[in-house]
Design a binder for this molecule. Structure first.
Ligand SMILES: [Fe+2]
Length: 390
């Protein structure tokens, strides 16, 4: 079967190898004549960016470039991008890259025509209604990693340099109008990044599935996303050029972000402050935290884990939570991911403050158990010290 298709949920997705050649058409379909392509400094030097800009220009779509963003993009990066957007009289954004570039591009599109500060649109209550919807630029998203799923998300994670917090910025209109999902763009990803981003995708699907609440559509997507990741993540790491594996991982990543409209949980509630404070890769943090969080949530998710274990064909023994824990530990081992957080060097004295930040993270509300500051402190200590031994 040819792994190609045009899909229309949660947004328009043009999926398939080689479809980056349709970038100019995507811009035209959204009425964009002069886009600003937002990417990261590493990708900006690669031929894929130069080729995309050159192909656009040949098709009459003059395209500017902005790549001055950090690995965890911050408020100053977004301000600089908006300045470039306005000075170049751009009329849309191409968000091209991994999670950092996609989030930065979406935030720049949001802020292109606003009078409020970026932080006024933090994903709390109905803050997003403060935004002038007409001031939000259209976005074409081109993911180059399989993990964040930000290409189908309505949020952008931006670091507030003053408070050292990762702030989730939300507006429904920053959901990209068209996604070009071309697995060919992901084959150059090194195995460690493939592993970390793939585990981020697994964490999205798993946390969404575990999140309480009635949302069978999200649950169905999350379950199939996890099945694809179990089958294909290690293949993508071991055979970087395997386009079948890259295709399935790319769609599983979009599926994770589609499913987590339902909610995330304690992995992300802890990964956000840890990422902001210690600048460790987001996917790697989730991968390490994953078994500790699943174990901590055990009493609330046993039934769901029995279902998942059957779907992933993890049984007959062990069952439920234990089967899923064994699977997570095994895949982490195969991918060379550390067992605990010791290598970060977290000062024990900072644990209460990080736990406090986790309780306020918007992801915390999706956890199957409502965890207190003390719970998060215990959970984080578990993940630092490798306890219980998993
Ligand atoms: Fe994530």
């Amino acid at each position: 079967m040819k792994l190609q298709g045009n899909w229309n949920y949660p947004t328009t997705i043009w999926f398939g190898s080689g479809r980056i050649s349709e970038l100019a058409d995507a811009c035209s379909n959204l009425g964009i004549r002069n886009p600003l392509l937002v990417t990261d400094p590493g990708l900006a030097t690669l031929p894929m960016i130069a080729e995309a800009i050159s192909a656009n220009r040949s098709a009459g779509i003059g395209t500017g470039l902005f790549s001055d963003i950090k690995a965890n993009p911050n408020g100053a990066n977004i301000k600089a991008g908006v300045k470039r957007y306005n000075s170049g009289q751009h009329d849309g954004v191409i968000a091209f890259g991994g999670g950092s570039a996609l989030d930065a591009g979406k935030a720049i599109a949001l802020m292109a025509g606003q009078s409020h500060s970026l932080w006024d649109f933090e994903d709390v209550d109905d803050n997003w209604t403060r935004a002038d919807g007409d001031g939000i630029a259209p976005v074409v998203a081109v993911p180059t990693t399989a993990g964040t799923g930000s290409e189908v998300g309505r949020a952008a994670v931006i670091v507030d340099e003053t408070s050292h917090r990762k702030v989730i910025i939300f507006h429904p209109k920053i959901l990209p109008g068209i996604v070009i999902a071309d697995p060919q763009l992901t084959v150059a990803l090194p195995p460690d990044t493939t592993a970390a981003t793939g585990m981020d995708a697994l964490s999205h699907n798993l946390e969404a599935y575990c999140s309480p609440g009635y949302h069978p559509m999200a649950d169905g997507i999350a379950l199939e996303g996890m099945r694809l990741i179990k089958q294909w993540l290690t293949v993508a790491c071991n055979e970087p050029e395997n386009l079948t594996a890259r295709s399935h991982m790319l769609v599983a990543s979009s599926m994770g972000a589609t499913a987590f409209q339902k909610g995330l949980g304690a992995m992300h509630a802890l990964a956000h402050p840890l990422g902001a404070l210690y600048d460790v890769h987001h996917g790697l943090l989730n991968a390490i935290l994953m078994p500790y969080v699943v174990s901590y949530n055990r009493v609330a998710i046993e039934h769901k884990m029995q279902h998942l274990a059957r779907l992933l064909e993890l049984e007959p023994a062990p069952t439920g939570v234990d089967a899923v824990l064994a699977f997570i530990v095994e895949i982490r081992h195969q991918l060379g991911i550390p067992r605990d957080l010791k290598f970060i060097g977290i000062d024990a004295g900072r644990i209460p403050a990080i736990a406090e930040m986790a309780t306020h993270d918007p992801s915390a509300g999706g956890n199957p158990l409502l965890l207190s500051k003390d719970d998060y402190a215990e959970l984080l200590s578990n993940a630092i010290n490798g306890v219980p031994q998993i």
